[in-house]
Design a protein around this ligand. Sequence first.
Ligand SMILES: [Zn+2]
Length: 58
Amino acid sequence: MCHEVEEIPFDVVREFDLMDGGDPTTPPRFSCEQCGGEMYPEYYKGIHGQEYKLSDFH
Ligand SMILES: [Zn+2]
């Protein structure tokens, strides 16, 4: 939300994806350490092969 960019290792993103039940309609989300807003991965290919791009959520 504040355009903070955080480098998150792929393995960590995948862990989050598994934790939220692997819901294929939503990518893993993170809380921004700066503003508490939601962060989405810029690009992520999910555990079920689904692909997310940041542009899909803006
Ligand atoms: Zn932020």
